[in-house]
Structure formats: structure tokens, C-alpha cells
Design a protein around this ligand. Structure first.
Ligand code: ADP
Ligand code: MG
Length: 403
């Protein structure tokens, strides 16, 4: 890692502002925290700061309050959960700047922890307003960024504050940059990427980049439909992005030029409608053709990869040293169409490769498959991990001090 981390600076007795990602999923009616993984992910940094006698000031966003106070998006329940997880008191301030926040900071003793209110209650957060950033920065002596999930945003708490304070990475941020960095610089080979999910348009940039760096590109999910359509297959009512056929063709051609294997589905699990209770039927794709070739009748849709594809993908992953996966290989939310994603999750977990998984739905699928503890790194960043893999410099990372 080329960036300084919290280990490289002296934090004892200092007020340390830590940007964390406590944007936890909440139950729509009760507001209860559905999944506290993001809070748990920040514990190593918080524990480190407590052990080293820092005054820890946590700042985060939650949801999309759009610059105003939204009662349901207060961080109070998060403070309570963090307190349980830490087994130590966590103070909570009902604003992230101003007298309330200043008072709470002034009361901190070395080793104490304070959680500030949702930073997106202020519109100046997302506009990266310098005055607002100065006010946040004035609460602290040092800045630690541990919110990889928002590091692709140029906001006051992810970027602006770092202009006023010595800025370093937290331990979660360090881990993310370390693992994802392995895909960007001198990847271990053979290196395979599995790309799925709904749309090519969401992932054009990462596809263009990966086709230049990987040894194998495995494409499934809704995204594969567009690649198949570009080869002349007619896929009925399947999700196909007609305006992305050129992108699919370019990626296909580039893979051929580089002589890497680009694997697409050989068979598909199809349904008559997009519904959780729709029946599953498996269809083989006929030999590749340059002419329009009807595979699916009108109204039928491809919702998963079939067993032959699972076998081919699984074989392709054997012996790989590095595997990056973003995007489910089918509509895994429907039990009848989860099989492909579940079996590939299992195959990925069983390889001896360094395995990196990113993307909100993909991570959910990994948990559902019960293999999370056998994946080398599960990224906490969806958009941020994609942008990182595209080779972009993330603004929240760029502002951190170099070693
Ligand atoms: P991630 O959040 O992991 O980055 P995406 O948001 O790109 O993944 O895509 C996830 C969604 O793609 C899932 O909700 C899944 O249902 C959908 N999906 C996967 N395969 C298909 C398909 N064949 N047709 C329609 N939707 C699909
Ligand atoms: Mg998603």
C-alpha cells in the first residue's frame, strides 16, 4: 500500500475524525438495522484508535436524505448497535457540525468514541462545500478515511476535510486498496473475471478495462444476453440492451485479438414470466451463427445460466490464481433461478485462487450461498470497487497522504 494508514501516525490524545460507511440496510417500516456488516467492518479501525488512546469522532451518511433532516435516517440506532459491538459507550451528537457536535467533542477523553449525526442532513456535504468541510475539519486534529464505499464520491466528509487535516487510510480502507490493488497491478495469473448482473451499460468501463488485463472473461447474467444478442441470437423477452450491442462486439473482438477466452453461456434457464414462482426450463444455445437465430420464443426470458455453462465456467476457474467477481449470473432472488449463481459461488470458494467479490447483489449472493468465509476479500464498495477496477483514481483515496 502506498498510502499512509492510521498505523503510520501518532494518534494518542488526538481528536481523530473518521469517515466510516454506516449506510446500513434498514427495515422499511420499523427502521431496525437489517444487516450490521458495515458497522462490523469498521471495528478494526475503531478498536485500534481506542487502544491507542485517540478521541474517536465517527462521521457517516445513511440513506439519501437529500440535504435535510429525515427522522428515519438518524444515526442513533447505529450508535446503539456500535455500542453493543464495542462493549463500550458510544456518545452520539444530533448534528455533525455546530455547537452540539463541538460540545460532544470537547467532552471526549482519550479512548472515547463519538458518532456524529448523518452528514447528508446538510446539503453542503454532497456539494463538497469548502465552508462546511472547514467546520467538520475544525472538530479534529487528524482525518482517517475508512469508508471505501464512498471513496468514489467527492464529498465534504470524503474529500473536502482532507485538505484541512493530515489524512490517512483506516484499516478497512487499507484492506480494500490492498486486495483490489492486486487486480490492478501485476495480477497473479491466470487471472479470471466473472462479470454478470443486469446491464452492460452499468459496467462498460470495467469490461473495457478487464478485457485488457484478464486471461479469462466469464460473462453471465442479464449482461450475457446482450453479448448473445450481438452474436445474432434472438432471446425473446430477455433483458437485452439493444443500444449496447456495439460495446459487446468491441469487447468480443478485443478478447479475440488478445487471444484470451471470453466465455458466454452455452445454455440458459428460461421462464415464461419474470416472477419468483415461474417454472425453470433449460435450453441449449444452438451453434453460434451470424444470422438472426431464434432461441427463445416471444415472451420467454433467460433468467439464469444452465448446467453446461456452470460446468464450463467451473472448469475455466480451476488453476486460476486470481478471480474477481462482480454481478450475479442470474436472477438469484428467485429460488428457481439462483442455481447458477450458487454453484459458481461454490466453485469460486473452492479454488485456491485469491478471490475478490464486489457489488451489492453479488455480495448478498455470496452470503446466501454460505461461502463468505472462504472468499479472500468481500469488498464493502459497490460503485467504488467498480471504479477502482476500471483503473480510476478515487477522490477519497487521492487525498490521503503517501507513505
Ligand atoms: P451488483 O449489485 O452485484 O453489482 P448488479 O446490480 O449489476 O449487481 O445486478 C444485479 C441484478 O442483476 C440482480 O438483482 C439480478 O436479479 C439481476 N440479473 C441477473 N441476471 C439477470 C437476468 N438474466 N435477467 C434479468 N436480471 C438479471
Ligand atoms: Mg446492484
Amino acid at each position: 500500500m502506498t498510502k499512509k494508514t492510521v498505523r503510520d501516525i501518532d494518534v494518542a490524545g488526538k481528536r481523530v475524525l473518521v469517515r466510516v460507511d454506516f449506510n446500513v440496510p434498514q427495515d422499511k417500516t420499523s427502521g431496525a438495522i437489517d444487516d450490521d456488516s458495515r458497522i462490523r467492518a469498521a471495528l478494526p479501525t475503531i478498536d485500534y484508535l481506542r487502544d491507542h488512546q485517540a478521541k474517536t469522532i465517527l462521521v457517516s451518511h445513511l440513506g439519501r436524505p437529500d440535504g435535510k433532516v429525515v427522522e428515519k435516517l438518524r444515526l442513533k440506532p447505529v450508535a446503539a448497535r456500535l455500542q453493543e459491538l464495542l462493549g463500550a459507550p458510544v456518545a452520539y451528537a444530533t448534528d455533525c457540525i455546530g455547537p452540539e457536535a463541538e460540545g460532544a467533542v470537547a467532552r471526549l477523553q482519550p479512548g472515547d468514541v463519538l458518532l456524529l449525526e448523518n452528514v447528508r442532513f446538510h446539503p453542503e456535504e454532497e456539494t463538497n462545500d469548502p465552508e462546511f468541510a472547514h467546520k467538520l475539519a475544525a472538530l479534529a486534529d487528524l482525518y482517517v478515511d475508512d469508508a471505501f464505499g464512498t471513496a468514489h464520491r467527492t464529498h465534504a466528509s470524503t474529500e473536502g476535510v482532507a485538505h484541512d487535516l493530515p489524512a490517512v487510510a483506516g484499516l478497512l480502507m487499507e484492506r480494500e486498496l490492498d486486495f483490489l490493488g492486486r487486480a490492478n497491478q501485476n495480477p497473479q495469473r491466470p487471472y479470471a473475471a466473472i462479470i454478470g448482473g443486469a446491464k452492460v451499460s452499468d459496467k462498460i468501463a470495467v469490461l473495457r478495462r478487464l478485457v485488457e488485463t484478464v486471461d479469462k472473461l466469464l460473462i453471465g447474467g442479464g449482461m450475457a444476453n446482450t453479448f448473445l444478442a450481438a452474436r445474432g441470437y434472438q432471446l425473446g423477452a430477455s433483458l437485452v440492451e439493444q443500444d449496447q450491442l456495439d460495446v459487446a462486439n468491441e469487447v468480443t473482438q478485443r478478447a479475440a485479438q488478445r487471444r484470451i477466452s471470453l466465455l458466454l453461456p452455452e445454455d440458459l434457464a428460461v421462464a415464461e414470466r419474470f416472477a419468483a414462482d415461474a417454472g425453470r426450463e433449460v435450453l441449449d444455445l444452438p451453434e453460434r451463427t451470424d444470422n438472426p437465430h431464434t432461441v427463445l420464443e416471444d415472451g420467454m426470458m433467460a433468467l439464469d445460466i444452465g448446467p453446461k455453462t456452470v460446468a464450463t465456467f467451473t472448469a475455466a476457474l480451476q488453476g486460476c490464481k486470481l478471480i474477481v467477481w462482480n454481478g450475479p449470473l442470474g436472477v438469484f432472488e428467485f429460488p428457481n433461478f439462483a442455481l447458477g449463481t450458487m454453484l459458481i459461488a461454490d466453485a469460486v470458494a473452492k479454488t485456491g485462487a485469491t478471490t475478490i467479490v464486489g457489488g451489492g447483489e453479488t455480495v448478498a449472493a455470496i452470503h446466501r450461498a454460505g461461502v463468505a468465509d472462504r472468499i479472500s476479500h468481500i469488498s464493502t464498495g459497490g460503485g467504488a470497487s467498480l471504479e477502482f477496477l476500471e483503473g480510476k483514481t478515487l477522490p477519497g483515496v487521492a487525498v490521503l497522504q503517501d507513505k
